[in-house]
Design a protein around this ligand. Structure first.
Ligand code: FMN
Length: 229
């Protein structure tokens, strides 16, 4: 989509998707600044605005990738999650939704279930930010609770929709939280901070199959309980 083309909120919602292949075209920092300035209008309980972000490109972004790669090389020993990315013992309907989207993603790339190596390689591409030239790490004070984490989510979605408006693409990536301590230390965030998620930002590789499959959603009957209408 051409940058600055007028786009409605509905259109931006439909156009946004998690992009998992980026071109190496650089991102204009002035555009990012406009996006973050507008995203400051995101609501938050008590107007706390608990979100904080580090935005990286070039050498500082490479330093994080290198530091995380060193942890990954340690295998399971290297994991440092500071929160549960999913609830322990996730049940249906949520487990099926999670499984379903993974299968659809691998199907788009023609990687069958038996191809464990292929699936792992695709997952590990997360730790290159799928080739994005810009990475945003979203964090907040460790004292914040579920309401403030939901505020971070509202800010994140605002950023993602604004990026669409500017012709950019993104992929939220909580997989980085598996190495949260390393990222905190590499970015000098301080122990009072907790990393929520990464957000890969760049121009989508429009030809990549991984950016083209239809991402399912459940019907309204599963989520909305109308009463008194
Ligand atoms: C907070 C958050 C973290 C996510 N983390 C990852 C991730 O680590 N890796 C990944 O490939 N996708 C990640 N996703 C993308 C989800 O899989 C995706 O949003 C969901 O499947 C719906 O697809 P869509 O975003 O393309 O509409 C994340 C999404 C959110 C909101």
């Amino acid at each position: 989509m051409p940058a600055n083309e007028a786009v409605s909120v509905t259109e931006a919602l439909h156009r946004r998707r998690s992009v998992r292949a980026f071109s190496d075209k650089p991102v204009d920092p002035a555009v990012l600044e406009a996006v973050f300035a507008a995203a400051q209008r995101a609501p938050s309980g008590g107007n706390l605005q608990p979100w904080q972000a580090v935005v990286l490109t070039g050498a500082p972004w490479q330093r994080v990738k290198d530091a995380v790669a060193a942890r990954i090389a340690l295998g399971r020993e290297g994991y440092q999650p500071e929160y549960d990315i999913y609830p322990k013992g996730l049940t249906d309907p949520w487990e099926s939704r999670r499984f379903g989207v993974g299968e659809a993603l691998y199907a788009s790339l023609g990687i069958p279930r038996e191809d464990k190596k292929g699936r792992l390689a695709q997952f590990m591409d997360n730790y290159r930010g799928f080739g994005a030239p810009v990475m945003l790490f979203l964090h907040c004070s460790r004292i914040m609770g579920p309401p403030q984490w939901s505020d971070m989510g509202m800010w994140l979605q605002s950023v993602m929709l604004l990026l669409v408006e500017h012709g950019l693409a993104s992929c939220p990536q909580e997989c980085w939280a598996m190495y949260g301590v390393t990222i905190r230390e590499t970015l000098d965030l301080g122990e009072d901070q907790i990393l929520f998620t990464g957000l890969a930002i760049g121009h989508a590789d429009e030809d990549a199959a991984v950016n083209q499959w239809p991402v399912p959603r459940v019907g309204l009957d599963e989520v909305i309980d109308w009463r008194g209408f």
